[in-house]
Design a protein around this ligand. Structure first.
Ligand code: FUB
Length: 365
């Protein structure tokens, strides 16, 4: 514990917001009282470029981070997320907590993806049988989000994209969880700009509404899960619904904006239970639900991460050398620009019953 506190202090010392060259014209406030980041428990891990949606994994005893690479395109902000118009991915690694973060450069560029339209959103990575897999959401040439996969012999890439998206994939935010028996599952989906609401009947309906805004009394839209094939390039089954139940075992409703799934799935296993975590989007929480198997149902438990500064929230959870870590993002480097985010990390703690202690990213006020 003492060691982790010392490491956190080191991280705090190395990413002063006023020192960065990325403030994008925003004014840096010197008034601590007015600074929404003044109580930040962690500082940006990667000061050189804007990064978001961190999927962290431990490969070969190192932490590898697979984030989105945010850029300023000048596209106006809207509910579709058109302003998140990312064009490539960088992979980062750390030998130790608080140690140097290495930027391995461009791991995959949109111009090298044969089926690409636009917008490389939140990726994830996995390893099996000597190959590393980078999974990514991207709009195809018809402007429909699909999930692609690219492969490499090394965790940092560069990755080579398959010529087509994963067959049967749709929407955004792939998260690939490999269970202790070696079977891998992809969790995915995201509403509003993530287009999940346009797939209610198994076909893409461009006129699909922002369902949860209009159907508060109906069951909330569900994230999806599919077992992966042995070669990790295909779904081994039709995607299934992930059902999230409330404390009374009732299905969450579209109107449960504080609890219902919006985007940013992640799964980890703790003490034999499956923890499905996700963002609630317009209420900006990272929440979690616990299940007995990879398919659920999952019972809602509470908040992992309270709202961060910026519209989106996205995370990953990984154990490294006996310490559980929560990777997340906020907008400290850009002084609050919602599409110019930065990755952070903090320790995640559980109580004796396996409940996660909620994190306030600005608790040091
Ligand atoms: O980075 C683009 C999108 O914003 C991600 O796919 C979502 O999870 C949200 O963080």
């Amino acid at each position: 514990m003492l060691l982790f506190s010392a490491i956190l202090m080191a991280l705090t010392a190395c990413g002063q917001r006023t020192d960065n060259a990325l403030s994008n014209g925003g004014s840096v406030k010197n008034d601590e009282e007015a600074d929404p980041f003044a109580g930040a428990i962690s500082q940006p891990l990667i000061p050189g470029i804007y990064t978001a949606d961190p999927s962290a994994h431990v490969f070969n005893d190192k932490i590898y981070i697979y984030p989105s690479h945010d850029i300023n395109t000048g596209i106006p902000e809207n509910d579709n997320g058109d302003h998140f118009a990312m064009k490539d991915y960088h992979v980062f690694s750390m030998d130790s907590l608080g140690g140097k973060v290495t930027d391995h450069g461009i791991a995959l560029d949109v111009k090298d993806i044969p089926w690409a339209g636009r917008q490389l959103w939140a990726p994830d990575a996995a390893y099996k049988n000597g190959t590393y897999y980078l999974y990514f959401p991207l709009k195809d040439k018809q402007d429909i989000f699909r999930i692609g996969v690219a492969t490499s012999k090394t965790p940092e890439g560069p990755f080579k994209a398959q010529s087509e998206p994963v067959k049967g994939s749709f929407s955004i935010d792939p998260a690939v969880f490999t269970d202790t028996d070696g079977i891998s599952y992809m969790y995915f989906g995201g509403i509003w700009g993530g287009q999940l609401q346009k797939w209610e009947n198994g076909k893409f309906n461009a006129d699909g509404s922002k369902t949860d805004r209009n159907k508060d009394d109906e069951p909330a839209l569900t994230p999806k899960v599919a077992k992966m094939s042995n070669d990790m390039l295909k779904f081994a089954e039709e995607p299934k619904d992930i059902v999230i139940l409330d404390e009374n075992r009732k299905v969450l409703k579209g109107g449960d904006h504080d609890k219902r799934f919006f985007e940013a799935s992640w799964v980890h296993k703790y003490n034999g239970k499956y923890y499905f975590s996700y963002s609630t989007g317009d209420t900006h929480q990272i929440c979690y639900a616990i299940g007995e198997n990879p398919y659920g149902p999952f019972i809602y438990q509470g908040v992992i991460l309270k709202p961060v500064v910026g519209w989106t929230s996205h995370h990953s959870i990984v154990e490294f050398k006996g310490i559980w870590l929560l990777f997340y993002h906020d907008t400290q480097l850009s002084n609050g620009k919602t599409y110019l985010r930065n990755v952070k990390v903090t320790e995640l703690k559980y109580d004796a019953g396996g409940k996660i202690i909620p994190v306030d990213a600005y608790a040091n006020k």
